[in-house]
Design a protein around this ligand. Structure first.
Ligand code: F6R
Length: 607
């Protein structure tokens, strides 16, 4: 997730607006910054890694002159934060500058093709193929518009991109597929940005570019063109009534709620993993004598779900362990044949880094799944995958949990394929279901939010909750409990349901609320038994179950219904979303700030 801003103005200097706009978008990404302007048909580009304030002052960006330009703040997805990976990227003679947010899936085949034609690449980004593709198409005399349409039809993946070129020095070309881009217009000019907050100081008249659309901006306004057939689209502008603070959260009251709602998008991005790294990681997993899944907090719950996925799909035994206990339990046995798969959103959690330091000292192979390119984890791991969730501002992990489980599911599936553990039909079927996950999450969030709000009201004065699930749903139950605990401070327990009769059942008395995670699948019959155990002792039963699951509904007091047909192995990604919402709405009803829970930090970098 990156920040994009572009403008063409009558009065003032474009860089002033660009740098102000980028500051308002810094929550979208902040590892590198770059600006390009055109003045007297000369392109001036300045960029580097670092925060906006630093880069703007070190490169004297505010001295750049011109009435047209673009700027970018980066959240690395391909290539570490570094000067050469910062946007804009250009063709060889710097006549075309491109900024981009998203992931170009087919960049390596496009790059190989361009290298064969003699293009020289300077970065490790997927974005750099775009200016080179435009340069190549411009050779056939079809003009910038023609070249843009041709190259856009070849790009696969997600993008919001803006192009500035000395070929047409008074225009900006923008395009969108799955990554947001919004256009704006005022008496002083025309603008584009990845989010509304950057535009609000200049205009409240905006037009949201849609998937498959390209826009051409000039000083008088913009035209929108359908990429597939080049036809023009006319759509009225929208008037924005949000305050700047609301706009930063896209109209949501809190970042946590915005991030919960962002999950369909972050999951779609999470399906675009880099194939070669997916292969590399699974090869390592296959070779190890023993595989440990090491993480803390929510990331540990992802690992728990991961252990079920690796076992059920790929028949690989793994040992999930919380980072802070790794040295105590496995420190003296871990060795050259061990694989440590570390999962960490930040890539900076102290306990996790300590565990992998120790494992590396004993010659084990460390792999990573993280959201943060350039983090310590990406520097020390032999290989890593980026989970593509984009920055998460709310302290409670939401979209990063679902992306992590999705990444682990894809690793398990790839390993199953390489090991021949599933038939081709089973592989194909699972692959199709994986791609349905973002839609299921979208459906769940939109259908369940009202039910969850009512549930939160009904249980506002509760002093204790018990979360139970079986099989992979025990990971969902643990994560649901962690969300509730973190932001509402209501004491609660979570257990694999089968364990409840070995202790937790003693706390059950009339009216205690038990939340059961009970998808259809292998664990369904067992969970019915667990519900009855609790119900017969007076518990109030809230079940998260499949739509139309009459057996569960009959014995529950309240239910949250989930889409049909989700394979049990993928349910943590979908079934966790109403539990995230429940924690959120309870916190808000209690007057607490869910974005900043007491005593907690987003990244725990101390012992
Ligand atoms: C929970 C939460 C924390 C983190 C934990 C690990 O909502 O955010 O429990 O999951 O501190 O952080 P990472 O994944 O950055 O290693």
């Amino acid at each position: 997730m990156c920040g994009i801003f572009g403008c063409i103005i009558r009065e003032g200097q474009a860089v002033k607006l660009i740098t102000d706009g980028l500051k308002r978008l810094e929550y979208r990404g902040y590892d590198s910054v770059g600006v390009a302007v055109i003045n007297n048909n000369q392109m001036d580009i300045r960029k580097d890694k670092g925060r906006i304030e630093e880069v703007v002052s070190e490169l004297s960006i505010l001295e750049m002159e011109g009435k047209i330009g673009l700027g970018h703040t980066r959240w690395a997805t391909h290539g570490a934060p570094a000067y050469e990976n910062a946007h804009p990227h250009t063709d060889e003679i710097e006549s075309i500058a491109v900024i981009h947010n998203g992931v170009i899936e087919n960049y390596s085949e496009l790059k190989d093709e361009l290298i064969d034609k003699g293009h020289i690449f300077r970065s490790r980004t997927d974005t750099e193929v775009i200016p080179h593709l435009i340069e190549e198409e411009m050779k056939s005399d079809i003009g910038l518009q023609g070249a843009m349409l041709r190259i856009l039809r070849r790009l696969r993946g997600s993008y919001a991109l803006v192009v500035l070129s000395t070929h047409e020095p008074d225009k900006l070309y923008c395009a969108r597929n799955e990554s947001p881009l919004v256009l704006g217009i005022s008496g002083n000019g025309t603008y584009c940005a990845s989010d509304v907050p950057a535009l609000l100081p200049y205009t409240n008249q905006v037009n949201y570019l849609r998937n498959g659309e390209m826009a051409i901006l000039d000083i008088d306004g913009f035209s929108i063109i359908k990429i597939s057939d080049g036809s023009e689209i006319v759509r009225p502008n929208t008037e924005i009534t949000w305050s700047p603070e609301m706009a930063e959260k896209q109209g949501y009251i809190h970042f946590m709620l915005k991030e919960i709602h962002e999950q369909p998008t972050s999951l779609r991005d999470g399906l675009r993993l880099q194939e070669r790294y997916l292969d590399l990681l699974t090869q390592f997993l296959d070779r190890g004598k023993e595989v440990f899944l090491v993480a803390a907090g929510t990331s540990y719950h992802s690992c728990l779900a991961g252990a079920y996925l690796f076992s059920k799909l790929a028949r690989l035994t793994t040992f999930p362990v919380v980072s802070s206990e790794f040295m105590e339990i496995y420190g003296s046995t871990v060795g050259i044949d061990s694989i440590i798969l570390t999962v960490s959103q930040s890539g900076e959690t102290y306990d996790t880094l300590k565990a992998i330091d120790h494992a590396r000292m004993r010659a084990a192979t460390v792999l990573g799944v993280t959201n943060t390119v350039g983090s310590t984890l990406t520097r020390v791991a032999r290989a890593y995958l980026i989970q593509q969730s984009g920055p998460e501002i709310g302290v409670a992990a939401t979209k990063t949990f679902t992306s992590q489980v999705l990444v682990l599911a894809q690793m398990a599936l790839r390993l199953a394929k390489n090991r021949g553990k599933l038939s081709q039909d089973e592989l194909d079927e699972f692959e199709i279901k994986l791609h349905l996950v973002p839609d299921w999450v979208e459906e769940t969030i939109s259908k369940s939010e009202d039910t969850v709000k009512k549930l939160a009201k009904n249980h506002l004065d509760e002093s204790l909750f018990l979360f139970l699930g079986r099989g992979i749903s025990s990971a969902t139950a643990l994560e649901g409990r962690l969300k509730l605990l973190e932001i509402t401070y209501i004491p609660s327990l979570a257990y694999p349901a089968g364990e409840s009769k070995h202790g937790p059942i003693s706390i059950i008395e009339e009216g205690v609320t038990c939340i059961f995670v009970c998808p259809r699948g292998e664990t369904h019959n067992h969970i019915l038994g667990s519900i009855m155990e609790m119900k017969s002792r007076g518990a109030n039963i809230v079940s998260v179950c499949e739509e139309g699951d009459e057996e569960v509904k009959r014995i529950s007091d309240e239910v949250i219904e989930m889409p049909r047909g989700i394979p049990e192995e993928l349910t943590p990604i979908v079934y966790i979303t109403p539990l995230q919402l429940l924690a959120y709405h309870l916190a808000v009803l209690k007057g607490l700030d869910p974005d900043k829970p007491r005593n907690l930090a987003k990244s725990v970098t101390v012992p």
